[in-house]
Ligand binder design. Structure first.
Ligand SMILES: [Zn+2]
Length: 425
């Protein structure tokens, strides 16, 4: 049965290429969120033909949703002949902006040297296509399976997933009563199983000063200098402390095995003018300076301690600096998550990787988050992994591509995992 299934997937290579090309040729740019309905309707036709019952769901009122840029999602479900568990493949349909430096048409889906090129080829239309072909091949070989296959295409992963997986999870589409195993075909490489991700804590820090004429700064109080003191204290005490904190999570790349902090932005004083403004700036002492920080934390760290550590850093600045005043507010938080290695979906995909690639998988944890965060927290589903073709480092880059051979092999892995989980021996 296994050999037959592998053969069936391999025979669908041309179809897999064509499907990936079709998906790339729909520019589902996010922001602002273009062509979501078009791609959902395309997937709707494809999956109905394969015997799925489909639902198109608009995330009404979600962040970013508008009549001009509606947040459409598709959920497709195919019940087997006998009852059993439900395996759900979830892919995001959106892609990030094109950027500069392309030598290929970003929405052309060109095939060259065994690769398909385009924005979203690896992240993650190649993975979406692989999961669809895997399911179709499995159904052809094993029409009497026990259980349920679900495939979803969801909006807005690149901007937080609130109009996609979060919206659906809040409405029960990802819940223990409905779904048992979730595979997210993000580009984590065909021989790696991604168990989860680190935590995220974003905050905005504001320092306050007092406006005055720039020729007499002594009459005011410069908020930018106060912020510079914050950065200096971070360099002195915070960054070394974070670098010394290592996790047992198998995070890749190696540098992300520690706690990290990025300063996303600093804005102080007069706002920057439009590029076509030809005048000079005005001379003012800035009375406000804002910094946005992006702290990534480990499963061994507590989020309350993460926040307290930043506050303690600011308090040390206050202790050594006259007239130092600040505010801090949280912008965003995601708790770390890691599926257990002995979870059924992990074990099934691991066996399938061994069968297709002839070696044991690597188990990894992602440095950044993806839609597993909503499946874990809102959906309360602990049996979730990311597994898909495509090389993670190519995501969001110019000349993004997915290897055709990698797609075929990871579709074979997905099909074998279905066979294992849906009791088709
Ligand atoms: Zn992605």
């Amino acid at each position: 049965m296994g050999e037959l299934l592998l053969h069936e997937v391999a025979g669908r290579r041309e179809d897999l290429i064509a499907l990936t090309q079709d998906l790339i040729r729909m520019p589902t740019l996010n922001p602002p969120g273009e062509n979501y309905l078009e791609i959902c309707e395309y997937l709707d036709r494809r999956l109905q033909n394969a015997g799925f019952e489909t639902e198109l769901i608009r995330a009404n009122g979600a962040p970013g949703d508008s009549d001009r840029h509606p947040r459409w999602n598709i959920v497709a479900r195919r019940e087997g002949r006998n009852p059993g568990t439900c395996v759900h493949f979830n892919s995001h349909i959106d892609v990030v902006e094109v950027g500069h430096g392309w030598s290929m048409d970003p929405f052309g889906g060109e095939v060259k040297d065994g690769r398909i090129y385009g924005r979203g080829a690896c992240d993650m239309k190649g993975g979406l296509a692989a999961s669809i072909v895997a399911a179709e091949a499995f159904i052809a070989i094993c029409p009497d399976y026990a259980g349920v296959i679900e495939i979803s295409g969801t909006a807005d992963e690149e901007s937080g997933g609130f109009g996609g997986v979060a919206y659906l999870a809040e409405r029960g589409y990802f819940s223990p009563g409905r779904v048992d195993h979730v595979i997210i075909p993000e580009p984590l490489n065909k021989d790696r199983i991604c168990l989860g991700h680190r935590g995220v804590w974003w905050a905005e820090i504001e320092t306050r000063g007092e406006m005055a004429h720039g020729s007499m700064p002594f009459l005011g109080d410069c908020a930018v200098r106060h912020m510079a003191a914050v950065v200096a204290e971070m360099e002195e005490s915070l960054f070394p402390a974070l670098a010394g904190r290592k996790t047992d999570m198998p995070v890749v790349p190696e540098g992300a095995k520690q706690s990290t902090l990025n300063i996303n932005s600093i804005h102080g004083g007069e706002a920057e003018q439009d590029a076509d403004y030809t005048g000079l700036p005005s001379p003012c002492v800035p009375d406000r300076c804002r910094m946005v920080i992006d702290r990534r934390f480990l499963i061994e760290e507590d989020i309350a301690e993460v926040e307290a550590e930043i506050r303690a850093t600011l308090e040390r600045v206050r202790a050594g600096r006259e007239k130092f005043e600040y505010d801090m507010r949280e912008l965003h938080r995601v708790l770390p998550t890691m599926t257990k290695r002995d979870a059924p979906v992990v074990a099934s995909v691991a066996r399938a990787i061994e069968q297709v690639l002839g070696r044991a998988p690597d188990y990894v944890v992602s440095p950044g988050t993806y839609d597993q965060k909503h499946i874990d927290r809102i959906g309360r589903l602990k049996n979730c992994i990311a597994y898909g073709p495509g090389i993670l480092d190519l995501a969001h880059k110019p000349d993004e591509y997915v290897g055709i051979g990698d797609m075929v092999q990871s579709a074979q892995v997905m099909a074998l995992a279905l066979q294992d989980l849906l009791q088709c021996k």
